[in-house]
Design a protein around this ligand. Structure first.
Ligand code: 5AD
Ligand code: SF4
Length: 476
């Protein structure tokens, strides 16, 4: 076990022992620097992008804390890590902007370490640009080796030069590393990594590699550990949770995994993200219907309502199949909340295709939808497609879609007024200290009278008033 590692010996070859060895080595280095400077060293992690990155950052922060850094929100500190996203071009632009600002901090504090990781770093042209334009960066690593963070920091401390460690892919999953949570009462749990779907617009399969599932036993063990530490709600994370477990030595379905997680005593709420509409099983709907813990909320990315565009996107379902699936879910779980992702302006999108999207939005009645303007990603098949759509047309369509979504969403929000909902209290209200703020099963926010002792607890709350994106309520 890692507790018994002898730190006078060479680094162990086995994981996670090897990383615990490097954590200890880094801790000594950090203590030395702290003594010389006469103050604590501070680290700041900034996360861009999705829930996967948010969870990865929790793990990375766990390692930084073990090493001895005090965490801060200020980038003007001793160790800055950007966990980057590259799903759309504007995510990249923001990273470059922030990186530019770090240069001044480093001038003041030359020992400052700057590290970059995440999806953007899996793209060779990005690494080239950083090498040539942002020479003051110390460390770059990718999405496949975050478990090695302590070892990378150690090596980076020993070197004046930029250290780059990017892997193309891996089948390795390292369990039992230090684990930090942003919230004491909820956390994300990776159940699988990577994606094999290759939607033609999407860079994820190229930067996150092939699909690999964690063992159900490891997942349950991790959740039990979090629950023992106060967690009430988990979000099971995967690019397509429906294909969870297919490639394990002993295959397991996602529905079966949910049943196992449901059995964990003390766990109160289960969420998951993201199921692909092409293979959402009847078993899954049934498990959700029967469950006492799984939130009645499904995030079901539509992307487009046009069968023609869906085929060009390689989504493997038609407009009709999507609508049938929605109807089936609503029939079996009448109080289900549906949310979705939609891309506007995919190459070749005609007015007719876009009207199909509006039509699905009208029929499916989403509680809310994330809408994205198509962003061309180098290396994806869609980047080479003819017929890229002009910015003006896309902007107009985007605004029309948004108006429709806001309309449906405010209608649905209003419809819930008067109902009693189960709410997990997450914080004190920022403006009014007599109120607490919590979330419903569908992730909507509600404010109601309460105090600090209620944070992390579940309460029944009657929704009294809908105010755009949130509700006012009262405890019943
Ligand atoms: N352009 C715009 N949106 C994209 N998404 C993924 N790739 C792109 C892209 N190239 C959106 C999809 C996905 C969400 C996470 O990001 O809607 O579901
Ligand atoms: Fe991208 Fe499609 Fe995989 Fe989602 S399922 S990560 S959209 S390729």
């Amino acid at each position: 076990m890692y507790n018994e590692t002898d730190f006078n010996l060479e680094a162990p070859v086995q994981e996670p022992d090897r990383q615990y060895y490097y954590i200890e080595q880094c801790r000594k280095l950090v203590q030395d620097i702290e003594q010389k400077k006469g103050r604590r060293l501070k680290a700041c992690v900034n996360t861009f992008g999705c829930q996967m990155n948010a969870r990865d950052s929790e793990k990375l922060i766990g390692i930084l804390k073990e090493i001895g850094y005090e965490m801060t929100e200020e980038e003007d500190c001793d160790f800055v890590l950007f966990n980057t996203c590259t799903v759309r071009e504007n995510a990249n632009t923001r990273v470059y902007g922030r990186l530019g600002q770090l240069k001044n901090y480093k001038k003041k504090n030359p020992q400052m370490m700057i590290a970059l990781c995440g999806c953007m770093m899996q793209e060779p042209h990005v690494v080239e640009k950083i090498k040539t334009t942002y020479g003051y960066v110390n460390l770059i690593f990718g999405t496949h080796n975050i478990y090695k963070f302590a070892e990378l920091i150690y090596n980076s401390f020993q070197s004046e030069r930029l250290l780059i460690d990017i892997w193309k892919d891996t089948d390795k999953i390292v369990e039992d590393l230090p684990n930090e949570r942003k919230f004491p009462f909820k956390t994300g749990i990776n159940i699988m990594f990577g994606c094999d779907n290759f939607c033609t617009y999407c860079i994820v399969p190229y930067v996150r590699g092939r699909e690999r599932s964690r063992n159900p036993k490891d997942i349950v063990r991790e959740i039990k550990r979090h629950v023992a530490g106060g967690v009430k709600e988990v979000m099971l994370l995967g690019q397509n949770v429906n294909s969870y477990g297919k490639n394990l030595e002993e295959p397991v379905t996602f529905a079966k995994l949910l049943e196992e997680v449901e059995k964990i005593d003390g766990l109160e709420r289960i969420r998951f993200m993201t199921p692909h509409p092409k293979d959402l099983s009847d078993d899954l709907i049934e498990v959700m219907r029967k469950s006492k813990k799984i939130c009645h909320h499904i995030h079901l990315p539509l992307q487009s309502g046009s069968t023609k565009l869906l085929a060009k996107m390689n989504r493997k379902y038609t407009k009709e199949q999507y609508l049938e699936l929605v109807a089936k879910i609503k029939e079996r779980i009448p109080d289900i909340s549906l949310t979705t992702d939609i891309i506007v302006g995919f190459p070749g999108e005609t007015e007719e295709d876009f009207n199909d999207t509006l039509d699905v939005v009208r029929q499916a009645e989403f509680d809310s939808a994330y809408t994205f303007i198509y962003s061309k990603r180098t290396g994806t098949p869609a980047a080479l497609m003819d017929d890229q759509i002009s910015e003006t047309v896309v902007k107009q369509r985007f605004d029309r879609l948004l108006a429709l979504i806001q309309d449906t969403s405010s209608r649905l929000t209003a419809k819930r007024v008067g109902t009693v909902q189960r709410v997990l209290v997450e914080s004190m209200n920022e403006q009014d200290e007599t109120l607490v703020t919590g979330r419903l099963e569908n992730n909507s926010v509600v404010h109601f009278a309460g105090d600090e002792s209620m944070i992390g607890g579940l309460y029944d709350v009657k929704l009294l008033e809908a105010k755009g994106f949130y509700y006012m309520g009262e405890r019943v």
